[in-house]
Design a protein around this ligand. Structure first.
Ligand code: F6R
Length: 579
């Protein structure tokens, strides 16, 4: 996780300008931040940039690096915030990733007289470089030596006092150079500078670059120069706050009908050739293996359900265990689903699948992301930037791509009906959820059950309740409840149940928990069950979206009742770029 931004220009800029860019990467981590300039100024603070930027004085510089942190090694303290400074105070580093062999490196550096000021793995990089340079190496040589010796992942920016260069190097963690009118920006992703340029150069693994205000040069890990292509990136407009909404989460929940319409149109028009290629790959493969994490994994379960329903063999697994439990081979199509396109577990699984000869397709929201660039074919979900850490509109659009894929392979459904159904669900369910939220604010546990297509969405709703409302929630197969979890049901326990169509089995589960005192909140598209929330009659695939939206609303309005930090929940980051 963590976001890094550097900037180097002819005309000096105020360091607050770079903090503006850094803010756009806060979704990668937001527990502390910092900035260093080539004049040797270092400013750091714990907490959000917006809250603490006023503690940082205005300062003009032409070279600066900055960092927004999601703690991995070492607590959230000012000392552990980046940039880290070398022993002699001349080198400054910001780092995204994890240096796995930081302990032996630190030990060796300490034995050579280096004193460490933080508990981070990252600080070893700056001491290592300083050590090599004081032994007579050039900065290039020191970087190459580090890349050779380091294990783990890194995207790092290094500057030296009074040196008009930024040195940038990376393995596994993302890094991209932006070509500005007056110099260069270098950052974890294009959002950091997408307001100023569309020209970008993407770093590949084990490359480093030396950047001045006039030019840049890329090298491989042995120091050989590399020619790089300049990509013209499509405008990725950063989302802006809308006064009508108190949080990005509710704004993004309400964007779902429009985002769904935009995507459906694109899948039937400009992305149609890519969808055809995806379907051809799926048809010629022996089986389809999805891989994803978190919410995207729940969307992938819907993909499995829809493809299996038309006789296409499909499976899915959470990315971090993919290499242990899935047999990817030349006959497999691996479909990676990832909003960010940067989730490290998914990147690793994709690389694993590629090494075993599988074809790789991806379904991503962020264009030019690592996963998109690793794929043979990639579909974009066109949800627009999602700022709230919790996925809402991107989940809906992931399901729409999967439903379109299944439709092209024989599923009879009507995608065009879905945006209207989302609209109806929002306007019908929101007032009812607002009315119920106060009585749920002090609830400790919620069990969420469903069968068939309602099983994955039960897990998704439980995840939303955990991460946004801080309620312990378990999403599970209705049929599994009686195999153990029912022991926890007592008077007043909340059970949220999702019942699609004629699912009498889940209705029986409801009777079973009610008999033990549970308070059931039922959500169905079938009036026969007299549910608390009667959703529009669904078409294949749509219940996974409309029913989840009710859960999204519950998690939002309960969290609001509790006064929680909805868009930036504790301990989380939107882009999980560590293993
Ligand atoms: C939950 C959430 C996370 C992500 C997960 C994967 O609301 O957003 O669970 O779904 O971290 O992220 P992506 O889709 O970017 O790979």
């Amino acid at each position: 996780m963590c976001g890094i931004v550097g900037r180097i220009t002819h005309v000096p800029f105020d360091i607050h300008d770079i903090l503006e860019s850094l803010k756009r990467l806060e979704y990668r981590g937001y527990d502390s931040f910092g900035i260093a300039t080539a004049e040797g100024d270092v400013f750091k603070a714990t907490g959000y940039i917006d809250v603490h930027a006023n503690e940082i004085p205005s300062r003009l510089t032409s070279v600066a690096i900055s960092h927004t942190r999601w703690a991995t090694h070492g607590k959230v303290t000012r000392e552990n915030a980046h940039p880290h400074v070398s022993q002699d105070g001349t080198f400054f580093i910001v780092h995204n990733g994890i240096i796995e062999n930081h302990a032996p490196l630190r030990k060796a550096l300490q034995a050579a007289g280096h004193t460490f000021l933080s508990q981070t793995d990252s600080e070893v990089i700056v001491h290592y470089i300083e050590g090599r340079v004081s032994d007579g190496a050039s900065i290039d040589e020191a970087i190459r030596a580090f890349m050779n010796e380091a294990r783990g992942t890194f995207a790092a920016l290094l500057i030296r006092r009074d040196d008009p260069h930024i040195y940038a190097f990376k393995r596994d963690s993302p890094l991209v150079l932006g070509i500005l009118d007056d110099g260069y920006a270098v950052a974890s992703d294009i959002y950091a500078f997408s307001d100023t340029t569309t020209k970008a150069v993407f770093f590949e693994d084990d490359e480093y670059a030396v950047i001045s205000a006039d030019s840049y040069a890329f090298f491989d890990a042995r120091g050989a120069p590399i020619g790089k292509e300049i990509a013209t990136v499509r405008w990725t407009e950063a989302a802006t706050r809308d006064e009508a909404y108190d949080h990005f989460m509710i704004k993004e929940i309400h964007e779902q009908p429009a985002a769904a319409r935009r995507l459906i149109l694109s899948l039937e028009n400009e992305q149609a050739p890519f969808m055809d290629q995806l379907v051809t790959l799926a048809r010629t493969a022996n089986r389809v293996l999805f891989v994803a994490a978190g919410t995207s994994y729940h969307a992938s379960l819907i993909g499995v359900y829809l493809l299996n329903s038309i006789g296409v063999e499909a499976h899915t697994l959470i990315a971090s265990e993919f290499h242990n439990y899935m047999l990817a081979d030349e006959g497999t199509l691996v479909v990676a689903i990832s909003q960010s396109g940067e989730t490290m577990d998914v990147v690793k699984a994709v690389k694993h699948a590629r090494s075993r000869g599988s074809k790789v397709a991806s379904i991503v929201n962020v264009p030019y992301s690592t996963i998109q660039r690793l794929s043979d074919i990639s579909i974009e979900i066109l949800a627009g930037q999602e700022i709230c850490v919790a996925s809402t509109k991107t989940y809906t659009n992931q399901i729409l791509v999967l439903a379109r894929m299944a439709q092209l392979m024989g599923l009879e459904t009507d995608l065009d009906a879905i945006p209207d159904q989302i609209e109806q669900t929002l306007s019908y369910a929101e007032p009812a959820v607002i009315a119920m939220a106060p009585e749920l604010r002090d609830v400790r546990d919620i069990y969420v059950i469903g069968r068939g297509i309602a099983y994955p969405l039960s897990r998704e709703v439980a995840l939303k309740l955990k991460e946004i409302s801080y309620i312990h929630a378990e999403g599970m197969m209705g049929g599994e409840l009686k195999h153990g979890t029912i022991a926890l049901i007592e008077d007043g326990t909340i059970v949220m149940s999702f019942i699609q169509n004629a699912d009498h089995d889940t209705m029986s589960n409801i009777e079973e928990v009610e008999a033990r005192g549970a308070r059931v909140i039922s959500i169905s598209d079938n009036s026969e069950f007299s549910p608390d929330f009667l959703l529009p009659a669904s078409v294949p695939g749509s219940f996974a979206i409309t029913a989840t939206i009710v859960g999204q609303l519950f998690s939002y309005y309960i969290a609001r009742e509790k006064g929680l930090p909805i868009d930036k929940p504790r301990n989380l980051a939107k882009s999980v770029t560590v293993k």
